[in-house]
Structures are given as structure tokens and as C-alpha cells.
Design a protein around this ligand. Sequence first.
Ligand code: NAD
Length: 342
Amino acid sequence: MSDKVKICLIGCGRAGMIHARSYAGSVKNAELIALCDPMDENLDAVQQELKEIRWIYHDYREALKNPEIDAVIVVTPTQFHHDIVIAAAEAGKHVFCEKPMANTAEECDEMIKACADHHVKLQLGFMRRFDKSFSRGKELIESGSIGEVSMIKSNTYGPSEPKLWMFDVRKSYGPIGEVNSHDFDTLRWYAGSEVKSIHALGHNFRSPEMAEQFPEYYDTCTVMLEFENGILGVITGAQYVKYGYDSRTEILGTKGIIKVGSQKTNEVEMVTPGQGIQMDSMDSWRTLFHDAYIAEANAFVQCILEDSEPKVTGHDGKMALVLVHEGLRSILEKCPIDLTLK
Ligand SMILES: NC(=O)c1ccc[n+]([C@@H]2O[C@H](COP(=O)([O-])OP(=O)(O)OC[C@H]3O[C@@H](n4cnc5c(N)ncnc54)[C@H](O)[C@@H]3O)[C@@H](O)[C@H]2O)c1
């Protein structure tokens, strides 16, 4: 391999475009040389914006035959992650895979094994671990400044109206999968431990007209967690809140508290008679985590060049998936779940 890691983006949709921009512009030791997507329209959109992409593929199997490609960024719909990641590992390509990692924990195990067997890196797409504020939170926990961590609370509320397929929560998992999978990863990372038990509740507040057709649909949820090291966790989630993207985390310790995140986009305030203080609120995960996606891409390239362990591993991807699945099971069966019995 040369001093630059040559990248192929597999999946050029909404999130693929974010990765394409990072690799084409802001990652020092990488070069985006190939794109793969069955849809010409999506390929064209990336090509028009980024130009100078050397290879275009409609089938990932063809892309994987190209010896110039060192690594792939897998950003297809989740159902295809397993097959693509295994084929990439077998072709000797390093892999970055978006979350959710796959459809089942067994598929995750197979992906982890394939990457280990073929000595390629596997990094998962939990970009909050590369966000400056979330990373500072972790540093402060480790410094011991707030004493022993007793409880971690994290919320993610998303603005968008659910697409029709999302109302079937057995396929979409609802907000616990759509918006909270990142919170599960953050809590595991901050707690430094695995979850022992989970109890989740959900309710549909914003789409009552869909309740008859989709009685299991929920747009709001609360999740209680107990970690193996005794730390308590609370995650709240909501979809279609409309007012913006809202992600904040709080870590309570025996000697203090750490608060990560805010709803502000910037530090600008406007004050007018009768309207009080007005500020710009956060509109989207794309804005909030813009720099985190670039840092995530840089870290992936660095771990390939330095032959070091990725900061977010296949195991992290698998555990977030397990928690989403068990959280939904807890909502549907209306009971707490002891994960140590599995
Ligand atoms: N980390 C995050 O915060 C974050 C945010 C959004 C999406 N995601 C994840 O990224 C993945 C993609 O989501 P999206 O919103 O970009 O979806 P999308 O539907 O906008 O894009 C998916 C793209 O993959 C292409 N595709 C489908 N099958 C393919 C195949 N076999 N080979 C190559 N390309 C194929 C589609 O044509 C489409 O262009 C999902 O797993 C999603 O959960 C992660």
C-alpha cells in the first residue's frame, strides 16, 4: 500500500454522501478512487459534486476485484452489510461499516470473524466517539473529577416524519433503533461495561391516525439499563419531534456531574422587545456531527496505516445491535429483560 489509503464507497445515498465528502476533501492520508451503487442517479450526484472518481461500479463484487482499492466504506441499507463486509474481508479490503452493523448478532459474529481471519480492520460507524464534546466527556470521566460514575442519562430526539416503512417496528425497530442506537454505544463507552438488564417502554403520541394499522408503533420511548459494574443508565428517544435534532448526555458521579451537548447551533443570541432571547437551535445530525464524521474517517485511515486497533470495533457494533433488539423486545413484551440469562 502507498502512503495513501485508496477508498471505495459502497452505497452512495444520504449517509454515503457524508462519507464521500469526508474522504474526498478532509482526510489527509486517503483518496476516494471508486464508487459503487446500483442506482445511477445516486452515483451521478456524488460524481457531479466530487469529480475525478476513477472507477464506478454497480455491483460490489466487481469493485472488490480492483487491486487498487485498499478499503471500503459500507453505507448501503443495513440488510446488505453482512454479505458485503464478508466479501470485502475475503478480498483483503479493510472495512468501515455503518451502523446498525447487520440484521442479527450471529451475522455480526460472522463479519467479525471474517475480518479477523483475513487480517483486515473493521471499524463501525459510531461517530459520536469522535465528536469533541463526547470525547471530552469520556476524558473527564476517566480523570476521576466527578468521582465514581453512578448514572448516565442520554437522549436523542429526531425531527423527521417517519417514512411509511418505519411504522412497522418489527422491521424498523422504531426510535430505539432509528435514533437511540448511538445512545446505547455512548452509554457502553462511558460506563466501560456491558449491560446486565434492560427495561423499555414506548408509546405513540404523534401519529395516532396510524395506530389502528400499526398498533405496535411507538414514537417515544424510555429505556432503563443496569450495567455489570453497577452503573445505572437511562435513555430516552423520540421521532418526529419537529423542533430540531436534540442529543444530550449527562453523567452523574459521586463528586459532580458532566453535561455533554446542547441544543444550540452556535453561541449567537438575538434579543428583541417582546420576544426575549432568540437563538439558532440544532437542525440535524448532519450539522451536529459534521466534524465528528471527518474525525471518524481520519481515525479509520490512521488505524490502517499504523496497524492499530480501530476505536470502534465489531464487538461495539454487535452489542449496540443486541441492545436495540432486546429493547424492542422489552417494549413489545412489556417486561424487563435480564441479559445475563441469554
Ligand atoms: N452513523 C449515522 O449516524 C447514520 C446516519 C444515517 C444512516 N446511517 C446508516 O447508513 C446506512 C445507509 O443509510 P442511508 O440513510 O444512507 O440510506 P439510503 O437509502 O439513503 O442510501 C443507501 C444507498 O445504498 C445503495 N445500495 C443499495 N444496495 C446496494 C448494494 N448492494 N451495493 C451498493 N449500494 C447499494 C442505494 O442505492 C442507496 O444509494 C444504513 O445502515 C443506515 O442505518 C448511519
